[in-house]
Design a protein around this ligand. Sequence first.
Ligand SMILES: Cc1ncc(COP(=O)(O)O)c(C=O)c1O
Length: 411
Amino acid sequence: MRGLSDPFHPSTNPAGYLVLLVAENKLSWPLLKAKMEKVGEIPDWVSGYGDLRGEDNFRTQVAKMMEKSFIGAPVDKECIVAQAGAGSLIDTLCWCVAEEGDVCIIPAPMYSAFQNDLYARARIRMKVAHTKHPEYKITREVLEESYQSSMKEGGTPKILLICNPCNPTGLIYDEETLEMCVRWCAEKNMHFISDEIYGNSIFPDVKFTSVAKVCRRLNAGPSKGSDESNYLGNQVHIVSGFSKDFGISGMRVGTLFSHNRDLLSAANNLTYFQAVSNHTQWILSQCLADEQFLQNYISDVQRRLYVCYKGLEEALAAIDVPLTPAQGTLMAWADFRKYLPELTWEGEKQLWLELFDKAKILFTTGKSCQSEVPGFFRICYAWPKATDEDPAIAMKELKSRLIKHFAGAKK
Ligand SMILES: Cc1ncc(COP(=O)(O)O)c(C=O)c1O
């Protein structure tokens, strides 16, 4: 709270806190804001009830954007449900596909709020599957170990939930890994949720493959039993939204893409409780319909993210801290083990507090991301105020504070 009320600003508060734990992208908001301000007169229909899962034109525009950008496979607007945030859709999915007491396996390091999304209403328990430093690969062995251990503890895993590109590591899972996850879930009769909320937040020239593309290759075709209308099957579901790639977490827009008709129907029903405002849908539809704007916007986001990431790389290299080489998202995973007073969770907490108190730097602790070992921090590099000319200005400040803080410390 102290950090959030006194944040760094390059000109008005250069000595403020460098708050690097908020998973939000503030770099391209001026561009989107300018577009939103120009979309025109508010139509009358926005003031009334409508199709709660999302207005027809909104779902059309969202499906088109998804298809052409990160999904890379046909997306039918009838298979989209919009709700107030991606978190809301994870809650809905858990409520629909599992029972109280069932288990969801999540590879770690992981996005810490997943646990609440699963449990707050649906009462689904989390089982962490620890992937291994430094590559953090999801393997069959890692999943199987977590599955067996959960069964021994008396909880049946019903869901595998991954985040791709991954919060917190910034890594992208390759096609083989996704295929293995799809097959493994089918064998175990589990649902597979791929959270692709960072699907467009990838660095220029990096390739991202959605699980949709993998499923289409595996399932669509006359001899394979599915076609373009149901290639995801009944047990693979994709969650995404506008909070990250479009930096509008406050507008609360998340999307579910699924081919499971029963699930879609149940989700439609639950959407009454957490729908997206018609006004927001309308503004976004207008922005998405402008293809040239959209294309420029996405490449602007990717370019700015990469500039900041390079700035972060440079800041950490200056104090000799290894960084997991990220391919996207707006966060990265840094190995501060050499600076821990002791290699324990208490040591990690001490270093975190020291950086907060003395250098006014705020990271997310590895412990809260379910890291297997102490000493790692998640760093969100796209939140602090930047300038148009220099998106990485906060990363330069980070570099000078880190150098000052660790001057003379062990290396
Ligand atoms: C991986 C992931 N999924 C879901 C969410 C929640 O998104 P929303 O604000 O749209 O509910 C976040 C937010 O940080 C996230 O990082």
